[in-house]
Design a protein. Sequence first.
Length: 391
Amino acid sequence: MPLKILVVDDSALMRKHLVSLFKDEGFEVQIARTGREALIELPLFRPDVVTLDINMPEMDGLTALSHIMTEQPTPTVMVSSLTEKGALATLEALAMGAVDYIPKPGGTISLSINSIADTIVDKVKIAARARIKGQAPRQNAAPATNPPSRTPAARPSAKPAAAPAVARPSAPPVRRPAGPVTAAPIRVAPRSYATASGPFGLVLIGVSTGGPRALEEILPGLPADLPWPVVVAQHMPAAFTASFAQRLDNLCPLKVKEATSMEELRPGTVTIARGGADLTIGRRGGRLVSIIQPESPRFTWHPSVELLVSSALEVVPPRDLVAVQLTGMGHDGADAMAALKLGGGRTIAESEETAVVFGMPAELIRRDGASIVLPSGKIAGHIRQWLRRPA
């Protein structure tokens, strides 16, 4: 059956472009001009995915999203301008349960949407397979009988409830992906090294689709006196990462900041890789530092998790590294994290029951690269446990 897409946007031009794009892909499409219309169409059309504009009259996208996630949880992709205001609203939407976002080229809709047509289609297809909290299986879901509320509901808390505890699944057999490996051969640092402030390791986190909400659950669970620095590669455009770092800083005991230049990595801090670039780990004068560099054409996703982890392996012994692979599509970081575990380091893969998209963690597990598989609600506690005692 074709995917059913509900396009919600007050711009006739934006609706025209998206409807044409989705119909060309064979999708079944319905439109709504406002958030209120969307809430009426939702139980009637029962879409697989909603694309939802943030700025609309009568009922804005955030208010409409709160209704959707409460009344009929449905994978939702926000349509956002690449501005600071648009970034803040988009991050709030992701925390509320939106799967992903579509950037408006130049901040407004134009013919240049054709330049990101493939990205839009891919995001919608991924969203259709995403795990949404509270979503019933389509074939078992009963039609809604009550009309949607006509008054805006209170927006839900940005911090999601902790995931239920699950048993660790047995390790699946190793399976290497078909085709060439994107990463260069991974060099491993010697087992002894020191920094100017003494020896310590790094916690490296890789994440993509569904990541902002996962990080908002995990990072606040790490204490201000965490003995190792944390570095995060979240696939995100350049316009969003500064706002995202500020949002996390307000939520976390740790200091959270966007990487802006070559900086020393210090315990008690979280560094968010800047969007539109890659981040590597190096040593300068005995100190571990973060280094910003242009997006490498050798890698598909950016900021690249694979490049972050492989660069860390060149300057830090694997036993002094912890790598965490969270929700996202693709395999970014799986090769380097598997090499890290093989060299004696420790890795965590987010479990399928909490990952919005299980692609990245699944690829790490398939490579026998996960030391342990955990739901998102248990990851911070396990990191604390590992760092309280010698490896």
